[in-house]
Design a protein around this ligand. Structure first.
Ligand code: BGP
Length: 473
């Protein structure tokens, strides 16, 4: 058997992409509620325009999402039907602290996740909880400039402590920030940060990054104090960067690009700022706002494991003029050896094995793949959805992951596919970019019955889990 007996198979979602109920039971507004569908989506996500009030002429797909807020029982039962061992979900910060800076949490928000965890328990599903999956209470953006402010460290720590204490015994696996490196590519969507005309973007973003890194270490400390059994991880938008050619300048470009991602995990796992980053900040005249005690906190509270999302590998070239292909946040020159999805994300299963090995070699800590999958258009014929393309994608990636475990000795705790049920796409806001084993009847503008249907991949994944990854046919 290649996968350990207790290997955690399952799926992953994020509150803002599936819950809906954005204004129910005291939930406050968050950055993610202000990201519209349509042509403005990218500019808003990137923090290039300030749009902090709801504009009734726009459609915001996160407001209703797939209405899991009301349908969680049906959805978790469907996950259980596939034999999920783990369900990765995120807690919406603004359900628990509607403004982010209150001293007392919103009880109704806490109760909502109690119900979710109780439902999981009913089926023996272990929750894996992301504290922040891109969301930040809007009030914190308006009042403090979001993660620019050191105050966010304390607000986040209070939120994390509330969750650790309230859900003690119900949740054992935690992630602090989803795809922490996305802050650099989509500052508003990833962290509620808006950039101002003329300011030093890099200085601002690494100031925010420092606050998130300190907040992550502080949450790790608190999580271990509240329950020593808690396993707390970081989360990276991963995907190895290959040199586009063997030209030494391209190899160097790949090394530098990989470091831009590794930087975050270097700090969260090794516990200190790497020398290459310190030199670069110094050379660019960027001052990282270290406060007394920060270095000790980072050093003493590294993460227990490293989780990451993987959709594709990427390339690096010293030639900046080359055309770029689409991809999860990173837009890089096309790899001529790879095919791409309908959204242009290149498909590279071996890249997953390479990424697993790179991360394991570098950190020697347990790994967890917490997102992987194919966004594709599905066709419903009668009530049937034959999604062989999705099965093929997942099969090849699971094989690559199996090789990493069986042949390379990588210590891997689990695998959660992205969007086991169709949900709103983070990058495009579309529903038609579907990842699920479960189809949701809803279109890009929110029309539809929201009815759930099992796709062909549903029974396929059920068999994969039942055989612990041995039968992939
Ligand atoms: C990651 C995010 C997810 C998710 C996924 C797929 O970046 O953590 O929230 O959405 O990518 O991306 P998309 O929805 O843009 O297809």
């Amino acid at each position: 058997m290649s996968f350990p007996k207790n290997f955690l198979w399952g799926g992953a979602t994020a509150a803002n992409q599936c819950e809906g109920g954005y204004d129910l039971d005291g939930r406050g507004l968050a950055n993610v509620d202000l990201i519209p569908h349509g042509k403005n989506r990218f500019t808003v996500s990137q923090g290039k325009i300030e749009q902090l009030e709801i504009d009734s002429s726009q459609y915001y797909p996160g407001h209703k999402a797939i209405d899991m807020y009301h349908r969680y029982k049906e959805d978790i039962a469907l996950f259980a039907g596939m034999g999920f061992k783990v369900y990765r979900l995120s807690i919406a910060w603004s359900r628990i602290y509607p403004n982010g800076d209150e001293s007392e949490p919103n009880q109704k928000g806490l109760q909502f996740y109690d119900k979710i965890f109780d439902e999981c328990k009913k089926y023996g599903i272990e929750p894996l909880v992301t504290l922040v999956h891109f969301d930040c209470p809007l009030h914190l953006t308006k009042t403090y400039g979001s993660w620019r402010s050191r105050k966010l460290v304390d607000f986040f720590a209070r939120f994390a402590k509330t969750c650790f204490e309230h859900y003690k015994g119900k949740v054992h696996y935690w992630l602090t920030f989803n795809e922490i490196n996305v802050l650099l590519h989509a500052p508003f969507m990833g962290a509620g940060v808006i950039l101002k005309e003329g300011e030093d973007k890099m200085a601002v973003l690494y100031q925010c990054a420092h606050h998130e890194l300190v907040a992550s270490a502080l949450a790790t400390k608190i999580g271990h104090e509240v329950d020593p059994d808690n396993k707390i991880g970081c989360m990276l938008a991963a995907g190895a960067r290959y040199p586009l050619t063997c030209k030494p300048e391209d190899v160097w470009a790949a090394l530098e690009d990989n470091r831009i991602n590794y930087f975050f995990v270097d700090v969260q796992s090794r516990g200190y700022y790497p020398s290459y980053a310190l030199k670069q900040f110094e050379n660019k005249g960027i001052t990282i706002p270290f406060e007394d005690g920060d270095r000790e906190l980072l050093k003493e509270h590294p993460v227990d494991f490293i989780s990451f999302s993987y959709y594709s590998s990427h390339t690096s070239s010293s030639d900046q003029s080359l055309a770029k292909s689409e991809g999860n946040m990173a837009h890089t020159p096309s790899n001529p050896y790879l095919k791409a999805s309908q959204w242009g994300w290149q498909i590279d299963p071996l890249g997953l094995r390479i990424t697993l090995n790179n991360l394991y070699d570098r950190y020697q800590k347990p790994l967890f793949i917490v997102e992987n999958g194919l966004g594709a258009r599905d066709e419903v014929v009668g009530e049937e959805i034959v999604d062989d393309y999705r099965i093929d994608y997942l099969r090849e990636h699971i094989k690559a992951m199996k090789d990493a475990v069986e042949l390379d000795g990588v210590d891997l705790w689990g695998y959660t596919t992205w969007g086991p049920i169709d949900l709103v796409s983070a990058s495009t806001g579309e529903m038609s970019k579907r990842y699920g084993f479960i189809y949701v009847d809803m279109d890009d503008l929110g029309n539809g019955s929201l009815k759930r249907l099992k796709k062909k991949s549903y029974n396929w994944y059920k068999k994969v889990i039942a055989t612990n990854g041995e039968d992939l046919d």
